[in-house]
Design a protein around this ligand. Structure first.
Ligand SMILES: Nc1nc2c(ncn2[C@@H]2O[C@H](COP(=O)(O)OP(=O)(O)OP(=O)(O)O)[C@@H](O)[C@H]2O)c(=O)[nH]1
Ligand SMILES: *[C@@H]1O[C@H](CO)[C@@H](O)[C@H](O)[C@H]1NC(C)=O
Ligand SMILES: *[C@@H]1O[C@H](CO)[C@@H](O)[C@H](O)[C@H]1NC(C)=O
Ligand SMILES: *[C@@H]1O[C@H](CO)[C@@H](O)[C@H](O)[C@H]1NC(C)=O
Ligand SMILES: *[C@@H]1O[C@H](CO)[C@@H](O)[C@H](O)[C@H]1NC(C)=O
Ligand SMILES: [Mg+2]
Length: 516
């Protein structure tokens, strides 16, 4: 390819030189320089593109894509080993959101459910109108049930300072903080959805919201594949929460763990930052060392200061530098770690819970229910604006391991302004076969993105706007490191022992002293 390009360039250049024979020979040279620059820029852009996160292979032994690209759904459904699961879609919605609800349903039916016919559960804090129920039923290829939430499930507290607390959150511009129904929605999804009688009839659910979009076809059954792989919770987006919405959520979580002596799962590592990096530290160093970058710096300082105190001042540069370290330590207060509790801190990461494919029983158990009750009693659902997403993530990490979680990387999904849309799998685009003329795709509707070798998507059509995987938070990085870890369930341990590390660093210090 490269050689061909060069050959063509050579011909072009010779052609141009003939044309420009009478012209100052500098011009063709300039032209050539321009062309070379353009080619160079093009290839360096190509190289940058190939480094993008979204173009990497993320499959590991702990979590990988079920089927990259499309599969033959009719053959899949006919396989003797295939079993439809005891599963439903679940959506909480208002009557006023009918248009947005129908838009979600069109999306999920055309991209998935026209082949699988899973039922739907719709929930609302007031009765659904006839029109709502009728229009929904007309659109879907399966059954729908419509439920109402009771008083207990859709409430906050009868405390007299409820309004004031909500208003203060508004004054402080906390996102949705001054919206009581938003608080109720978060509380409902945190602790009640799985107890609703309609949801109790199923083993699995797929949560949907009004006005979400799916960009690819899903030609296999995610419930069945999760079940086969022993997965319990699936997500499409992991991002950090806004700290102001959850100031005391983590402290409350730690209290629950302590009071009930819970042995957390390895999923806990995805959400908690451990500041206990070196064991057996002195109490001063324990305050000074909080992040990996602090370790070598602070212990080297300690060695220099100790040496100075033992040997006194002389006029050597190293002694002066040690003296400066002592001075700096005595005049700099230890950093304030306002969000650190017993060496742990919530890193704010959470699975974005507006999309979930999960088992009902990971919530419907004693530990999770106890956790929700504990949180509910602390008042955080109205005194603060705890979202159901961080509550689900932290709550599930009490019992689940990293290996119980599946990243649905191949599901292209958009909610509000954020989206994840996968690259198609190269050569994995089977012909789209619809089961109803309603979902027929004509002409350009039936044209999809070009695939790449590491792609996972089936017949995706991605928008041009920002891809989350390429503009991601540290949360994605932590997830990747955990699934790459060959022993993700091993408990986290401090990286170093203080005395060992100190003796190594002290040798360095002394040998530098000799040479200086
Ligand atoms: N029935 C009912 N549903 C609600 C209520 N508040 C929220 N919901 C539903 O809960 C889901 C999430 O609520 P939203 O207010 O859209 O929250 P969000 O999606 O995080 O925020 P946006 O990005 O602003 O849409 C949606 O399915 C809503 O339809 C309510 O008061 N009654
Ligand atoms: C589905 O699961 C629910 C909850 O576990 C159970 O009560 C119900 O009997 C199951 N239904 C079928 C058809 O297996
Ligand atoms: C902790 O430090 C003390 C002295 O500072 C040392 O005697 C002891 O062996 C250390 N403990 C461990 C586990 O290394
Ligand atoms: C998580 O892993 C630990 C250690 O391997 C294991 O004992 C435990 O049963 C696992 N938990 C779940 C929910 O699978
Ligand atoms: C990354 O996200 C930020 C904020 O969400 C946005 O302003 C920026 O344009 C995005 N960059 C890319 C390359 O998508
Ligand atoms: Mg919404």
């Amino acid at each position: 390819m490269r050689i061909l390009r060069k050959l063509r360039l050579g011909t072009l250049f010779r052609g141009l030189s003939l044309l420009l024979e009478d012209v100052n020979p500098v011009y063709p040279m300039l032209l050539l320089a321009c062309l070379i620059t353009i080619l160079f820029l093009k290839s360096s852009i190509e190289e940058e593109t190939s480094k993008l996160n979204s173009r990497q292979d993320w499959n590991t032994a702990t979590d990988s894509i079920f089927y990259p690209g499309c599969i033959d759904t009719q053959q899949y459904l006919g396989d003797a080993n295939y079993m439809g699961q005891n599963a439903t879609f679940l959506m909480l919605a208002r009557n006023s959101e009918l248009t947005e609800v129908l838009s979600t349903l069109e999306n999920i039916e055309s991209h998935f459910n026209q082949w699988f016919h899973y039922p739907y559960v719709f929930l609302n804090d007031e009765p659904f109108t006839e029109e709502f129920q009728h229009k929904v039923q007309q659109l879907i290829s399966s059954e729908a049930s419509f439920g109402i939430l009771n008083e207990e499930q859709w409430t906050l507290t009868d405390s007299s300072d409820l309004d004031e607390n909500i208003q203060v959150q508004g004054d402080r511009d906390i996102l949705y903080g001054d919206n009581p129904s938003y608080h109720k929605m978060c509380r409902f999804y945190s602790g009640w959805f799985y107890r609703h009688e309609l949801v109790q009839q199923y083993e699995w659910y797929w949560r949907l919201e009004p006005a979400v979009e799916f960009y690819c076809d899903l030609t296999y059954d995610p419930f069945f594949e999760m079940s086969k792989a022993g997965k319990k919770y699936g997500f499409t987006v992991i991002i950090p929460e806004l700290q102001e919405t959850i100031p005391s959520l983590f402290r409350s979580t730690l209290a629950y763990i302590r009071e009930n002596q819970i042995k957390v799962g390895s999923l806990w590592k995805l959400f908690s930052m451990d500041h206990h990096l070196v064991s057996n530290l002195t109490s001063i160093l324990d305050k000074l060392i909080n992040y990996p970058d602090d370790i070598m710096d602070k212990i080297s300082d300690e060695i220099a200061i100790e040496h100075l105190l033992d040997h006194g001042l002389d006029h050597k540069d190293t002694t002066i530098s040690s003296f400066k370290k002592l001075l700096s330590r005595s005049t700099t207060p230890a950093p304030m770690m306002t969000r650190k509790y017993s060496d742990l801190q919530y890193n704010l990461c959470h699975f974005w819970s507006n999309f979930e494919i999960a088992r009902v029983d990971i919530f419907d158990n004693e530990i999770y229910r106890g956790y929700f009750n504990h949180l509910d009693q602390s008042g955080g659902f109205w005194k603060e604006r705890w979202g159901d997403a961080p509550v689900h993530s932290l709550g599930l990490s009490l019992t689940l391991n990293v290996s119980d979680i599946h990243y649905f990387r191949d599901i292209g999904y958009k909610h509000s302004t954020l989206q994840h849309c996968p690259k198609n799998a190269q050569g994995g685009e089977l012909t789209y076969i619809t089961t109803s003329n309603r979902w027929e795709r004509k002409n350009e509707q039936n044209q999809y993105d070009k695939g790449i070798k590491t792609g996972s998507g089936c017949r995706c059509k991605c928008p041009n706007s920002a891809e989350l995987e390429d503009n991601q938070s540290y949360c994605q990085e932590i997830w990747l490191n955990l699934i790459k870890d060959p022993h993700p369930n091993k408990p986290r341990k401090p990286i170093f022992e203080y005395n060992e590390l100190k003796s190594v660093l002290k040798k360095d210090f002394l040998s530098n002293l000799k040479t200086s």
